[in-house]
Design a protein around this ligand. Structure first.
Ligand code: ATP
Ligand code: NI
Length: 263
């Protein structure tokens, strides 16, 4: 049994039109994903396929109008939605896709320190400064507010926050946009190291070549459901059976063909 096992996860949103009429919008219709200690599992799929929703569901972060079905198992047991929030920080670290996860009203230093406290590190203040320094963010950065950061700097702050503890599971939701190519490559290498050090990593990404480089498995989702899971070694035209995965393969730059499906 893997550290994280998601089975047939479904998510539907209740929406109210003109106040009274209720409409149910299905966003996830059956996502399966597992990730074990030592593994990097990539989750790929077009924009809107439901990747971030899956990550948020694991941490019980979906809004109250979201209805959930299926199972999320962590460390061998089904964990109910409300209890999953308690796993955030020390057990599970989220590297959020959007820099809007930063609190606009709090200084960067205070937010990184709070993440260090949640992660249970010995000296949170020292760990926060060290984590920022490690990302090339100098001594003036802790005093800044999020709006005083560039996109790339904000991304590095989020990476610092998600990696300063030793979470058993890291959910990295598109960790590389806004970073230079070298920086992006370094982040993927670091996620690989985190897995090799004994954590499980779920890497949500639009960078399929990057995913094929670092991941042990690539899970492919399409319109709210997982459709395929392949190892990078099997990501070859002659080994792929699912048509959507095949289309992703053809869309790789090396294979010279564009489907227009991906970003
Ligand atoms: N709070 C919400 N209410 C209603 N629908 C939502 C809500 N949050 C997300 N959705 C819908 O769920 C679907 C999946 O969204 P999600 O953000 O998980 O996609 P994604 O695969 O992460 O896309 P991207 O690659 O662009 O980040 C989208 O159609 C989105 O509009
Ligand atoms: Ni997303």
């Amino acid at each position: 049994m893997s550290l994280l096992e998601i089975r047939e996860l479904t998510v539907a949103f209740d929406q109210y039109e003109r106040g009274l009429r209720r409409r149910v919008v299905t966003a996830l219709s059956g996502m399966d994903l597992s990730a074990d200690t030592g593994e990097v599992v990539a989750l790929v799929g077009a924009s809107g396929a439901g990747k971030s929703l899956l990550a948020h569901a694991v941490l019980g972060l979906l809004p109250p109008n979201a209805r959930e079905g299926g199972e999320v198992r962590y460390d061998g047991a089904v964990v109910a939605r409300a209890a999953r929030r308690g796993l955030a920080g020390r057990e599970i670290a989220l590297l959020p896709q959007s820099v809007s996860f930063l609190d606009p009203l709090a200084r960067v230093g205070a937010q990184v320190r709070r993440a260090a406290v949640l992660a249970g590190v010995a000296d949170p203040a020292e760990a926060a400064v060290a984590a920022l320094r490690r990302r090339g963010l100098g001594p003036d950065v802790p005093r800044r507010y999020p709006h005083e950061l560039s996109g790339g700097m904000a991304r590095r702050v989020l990476i610092a926050m998600a990696t300063l503890g030793r979470a058993r599971l890291v959910l990295a939701d598109e960790p590389t946009p806004g970073l230079q190519q070298d920086g992006a490559r370094a982040v993927l290498a670091e996620l690989r190291e985190i897995a090799d050090g004994g954590s499980a990593v779920v890497l949500i990404t639009h960078d399929l070549p990057g995913a094929l480089d670092v991941a042990d498995r690539v899970v492919i989702c399409h319109e709210g459901r997982t459709v395929d899971a392949v190892t990078p070694a099997d990501f070859r035209a002659d080994a792929l059976s699912h048509p959507y995965t095949h289309a992703l393969w053809r869309a790789l730059p090396a294979n010279g063909f564009h489907t227009g499906e991906e970003d």
